[in-house]
Ligand binder design. Sequence first.
Ligand code: SF4
Length: 258
Amino acid sequence: MKEVSKQQSETARGSAVLSSSTQLQEISNRFEGKHPLEVLHWVNHTFQPSEVAMATGFGAEGVVLIDMIVSVNREIPIFYLDTEVLFPETYQLRDRLEGRYGIRFVRYASALTVERQAELYGNNLWERNPDLCCTIRKVEPLREALQGRSAWITAVRRDQSPFRANAGIVEHDKKFGLIKVNPLAGWTKKEVWKYIMENNLPYNPLYDQGYTSIGCTHCTTPVMTGEDERAGRWRGFQKTECGLHYTDTSAQQERRTQ
Ligand code: SF4
């Protein structure tokens, strides 16, 4: 079957067929070694813009995907999780990207302000229980952002961390109950930065100050030479993931029972 007719067939059959893990695996395998733009064109042919959304924290990979998605279909929503403790440089980059592409990123945030969180759970929760803090400020807003959608697009790369090493290009996201598309899964850090430089894309200036993965101000530090790419996140804790990708945590259970 030709590629186009395969895509038309998938579109016609809808998300019921796409919810089959075997079919997702076949689609994912088909995209191995292909350019991320081909994956995004498939997403665009398979889902209505309202059925899908891209999540970004405005990292280097996110900037690359935003550039690609806008070129494929600028109607596909792109959202971010505003923990209210992101770096000023991150907010500035958000504004710059909005100006460059003429789009508005959709903001999702916790119903709890940082102040209210402190009243309920004590000051500086991120120092005592970062899993719970991430659940409140990231995971719950993400759940809201994905409500009613069939698929989401992320900027996950396999070589970012061991947790991400088995990420499919197209896979079933059991935790949030929809399809997860990782167009950059097979790309290296070098390929990401090559794309940024060749296309003269703006990026977070903190990358030039030793940061290799940028999250909240309280939980992000620069990394030393030879350290893992995500070693600067949650220093002093075993934690390397927010809970958005490939992990579940006891903190989420704790929060659900409160
Ligand atoms: S990264 Fe830190 S401050 Fe941000 S939500 Fe997680 S624990 Fe809280």
